[in-house]
Design a binder for this molecule. Structure first.
Ligand code: SAM
Length: 354
């Protein structure tokens, strides 16, 4: 018998016991394929208790700045892929990015997440300039980058400039499946190498995957979890695949809410200290999707800080929520939703509890 921290149980921690510290492949596959709601509830309950041990009821806020929707890549699932000529493209200037940070700071955020397509106009030097400007003006804030695959030298330069965290979902850990989601110019090997480079550079690293992408099998999801265990990221982003009409996958069905929640819960059990967002994609497929994500073990939300004028243009998938709100509205709305479910909004930096 083990306690929720994965160590040997003592009587004082008996109430924190979870089903197993090391789930077997068969157990994981059963959770992935089972449609039994009672079993799912038990899984969510166990994940919640593990989360409580490390992070209490706190939900950390990250301010998301989507600063470019240009992308040189052509991922078959993504609405801002290069070949989608229906996208109206935009880039924020350094001043506009800083204005988003200022607004975020006023609203109490201590983490800025800069996300964008792989936009060649934002060279390594430009990113260094942006990161160091934010670092100078906000010395105590965490700066998270999510700008795709770069060279190790670039990752090191961004880190030296003051970036602390990096989000790079691996998308799928299975080679064959990766090939079905991406053109030949991209490779899973390179994606994984980037994740290890980032970790070695000293970043708090976020990996992750979509649930319900075309051709995904239960075994692929098991492989995603095993890869995450092996990599040991500090953050894990998990969201349902949602079709975007102008992509090659525009007619495929969206990922299931229930299965996404089970993947969140399993991730919490396997990586007890991970920072796991209740993603916008979860909130898009179900009105209380993000809250249910928190109930399944997630502990982060990422309200939008991007200027209202460009929100709709960062359309990775159709019907994305919160594209019409001001930053302050997003902040307040999320806070209310979180409190309604008994969680405590936490505006601290919320670094990995290592
Ligand atoms: N370019 C950076 C990168 O590759 O990591 C960051 C931006 S990328 C658009 C952010 C994430 O959006 C991807 O990692 C992917 O998982 C998610 N995404 C893209 N298209 C999606 C879709 N149709 N449904 C759900 N999530 C999607």
């Amino acid at each position: 018998m083990f306690d929720a921290k994965g160590g040997a149980a003592s009587p004082s921690t008996a109430e924190l016991r979870i089903p197993a510290p090391r789930l077997s492949d068969a157990e994981i596959l059963r959770y992935i394929t089972s449609g039994d709601p009672d079993e799912a509830e038990k899984l969510f309950d166990a994940a919640r208790r593990v989360r409580e041990v490390h992070y209490s009821n706190d939900v950390y806020f990250r301010g998301l700045i989507e600063f470019t929707n240009y992308c040189k890549n052509d991922c078959y699932y993504c609405g801002i892929r290069r070949s989608n000529s229906n996208v109206e493209r935009y880039r924020l200037s350094l001043d506009e990015i800083i204005a988003c940070c200022r607004m975020g700071d006023l609203l109490g955020y201590k983490t800025f997440v800069l996300q964008g397509g792989e936009d060649p106009a934002f060279s390594g030097e430009k990113i260094v300039e942006i990161v160091s400007t934010i670092r100078r003006q906000f010395p105590d804030h965490a700066i998270t980058l999510s700008i795709g695959e770069k060279s190790r030298d670039s990752y090191e330069a961004f880190f030296r400039a003051g970036a602390n965290r990096y989000l790079l979902r691996h998308e799928t850990a299975n080679e064959e499946h990766y090939r079905k989601l991406h053109p030949e110019t991209m490779s899973l090997r390179e994606r994984k190498k980037c994740l290890y480079d980032l970790k070695e550079t000293g970043y708090q690293v976020g990996a992750g995957f979509m649930v319900g992408t075309p051709f995904q099998t239960p075994e692929n999801l098991l492989e995603d979890l095993r890869f995450i265990e092996e990599l040991g990221p500090h953050m894990v982003g998990i969201g349902p695949f949602i079709p975007q009409a102008d992509t090659p996958f525009g007619n495929y069905p969206q990922g299931s809410l229930e299965l996404t929640l089970r993947m969140v819960a399993l991730t919490r059990l396997l990586l007890p200290r991970a920072l796991i967002p209740a993603t916008t994609a979860l909130g898009t497929i179900s009105s209380e999707g993000r809250e249910r994500g928190l109930m399944a073990g997630a502990n982060v939300v990422m309200p939008n800080l991007s200027p209202k004028a460009v929100r709709k243009l960062y359309a990775l998938y159709d019907n994305k929520i919160c594209t019409g709100d001001e930053a302050a509205e997003c902040r307040l709305c999320m806070e209310g939703r979180i409190r309604n479910f008994g969680f405590a909004p936490n505006m601290a930096r919320g670094d990995y509890a290592g």
